[in-house]
Design a protein around this ligand. Structure first.
Ligand SMILES: [Zn+2]
Ligand SMILES: [Zn+2]
Length: 381
């Protein structure tokens, strides 16, 4: 890391970031159960004199501050994962089987300290600090939007600590940055019978095997090599005994893309493959996360001032999904990655030994603060 941590914020701010993050880490809560976390958030936002709305999508909190014609949504997610933590650290999870293994503890801490920086005087725009529940598959972003969280907002910013890149680096990707995530189920129909007399039935196991094989030709034969996509079958369920051909086999899996047209093409092709053999049912977990180029430039300017232009990564895309994609489909914005892998590398997100290099907290605070200031200045000029 080339940037000096002592140059980022005050000593009190850096201590407070670590204290808050460790406190959230010790007390992780699953999606829509973030009662303790949102209680702390509410108290702090009220203490700053913000107009606070609680209970948005159950445990979500919104803190509004400032006057002006333009509104900016600054979002952190608060939820943890159902993972038994294997780290041996003083701030290890005290909630057995629940763990902040994605870094949302860091996001909540950074967003609180960022909000503090704009308290007191009028920033000259309407800032809305959003603390969202249930990012991990719970579609908390969508549920908050349904309850008006984004009403009156013109732009949005969010960040994720990111262990795929070292601390001291910031990744800002214009355009598609995170994949669409679909969860699909295929019910393969058949007619059960004695395994010794297969001609008397209609074997769904053999049909399922054919479907799985054909699904693997979609990306390789139907999708342009210039597009990125994944089709994975992850679950197979069927049969109850060695001598019985079952009535049905259920397949489950996921589709990932970076483009809505590619996603539609894949769905159509799956339907063709399954036609006459079963039913295909797909639900969207998250859409493609698309960053607005102009908003990326504001963030980039801020990040360059914090870590230097040589530490900006421009094309960090991931097949993982993120529900902030729904926010960015509604208003222009930027979701950026703050490098958080320590000197030893660091474990991947959702791993039982995931942890971050806490220097990422102060970097996140500075880059987010700078980005908000750049956005405000752009409107004033
Ligand atoms: Zn995650
Ligand atoms: Zn996450």
């Amino acid at each position: 890391m080339t940037v000096s941590i002592e140059s980022l914020g005050t000593r009190e701010e850096r201590d407070e970031l670590v204290r808050l993050r460790r406190d959230f880490h010790e007390h992780p809560e699953l999606g829509y159960e973030e009662v303790r976390t949102s209680g702390i958030v509410t108290e702090r936002l009220q203490g700053l004199g913000f107009a606070v709305r609680t209970g948005v999508a159950k445990t979500g909190v919104l803190g509004d501050h400032g006057q002006g014609t333009r509104g900016l949504y600054v979002r952190a997610d608060m939820d943890a994962l159902p993972i038994l933590e294997e780290n041996e650290v003083p701030y290890c999870s005290r909630n057995q089987g629940v763990m902040h293994a994605c870094g949302h503890d860091a996001h909540t801490a950074v967003n609180l300290l960022t909000s503090s920086r704009f308290a007191g005087s009028d920033p000259g725009a309407r800032l809305r600090f959003a603390f969202q529940p249930a990012e991990e598959g719970g579609q908390g972003a969508d549920r908050m939007m349904e309850q008006g969280a984004l009403d009156g907002m013109d732009a949005a910013l969010g960040l994720h600590v990111w262990n795929s890149i070292p601390v001291g680096k910031v990744a800002i990707t214009e355009g598609p940055a995170m994949a669409s995530v679909d969860d699909f189920t295929i019910r393969v129909h058949g007619v059960g019978c004695h395994a010794a007399e297969p001609h008397q039935g209609d074997d769904p196991i053999v049909k399922a095997a054919g479907i799985i094989r054909d699904l693997q030709t979609i990306v390789s034969r139907r999708i342009s090599p210039y597009d990125r996509a994944v089709v994975s079958v992850t679950q197979i369920e069927g049969g109850s005994a060695f001598n019985v051909i079952p009535n049905e086999v259920v397949l489950r899996g996921t589709v990932r893309t970076f483009d809505a047209d590619v996603q539609r093409t894949i769905h159509d092709r799956i339907r063709e493959i399954v036609a006459g053999k079963g039913d295909f049912d797909v639900k969207s977990v998250t859409q493609v996360l698309v960053n607005d180029p102009a908003m990326c430039r504001l963030v980039r300017k801020a990040a360059e001032a914090v870590v230097g232009p040589e530490n900006i990564i421009e094309n960090e895309v991931t097949m993982g999904g993120e529900d902030f994609a729904s926010v960015l489909a509604a208003v222009p914005g930027c979701f950026f990655f703050v490098g958080s892998a320590g000197d030893g590398g660091g474990f991947p997100h959702h791993n039982a030994r995931f942890d971050i290099d806490e220097r990422a907290l102060a970097i996140g605070l500075e880059v987010m603060t700078g980005s908000i200031r750049n956005w405000i200045a752009e409107g004033a000029g």
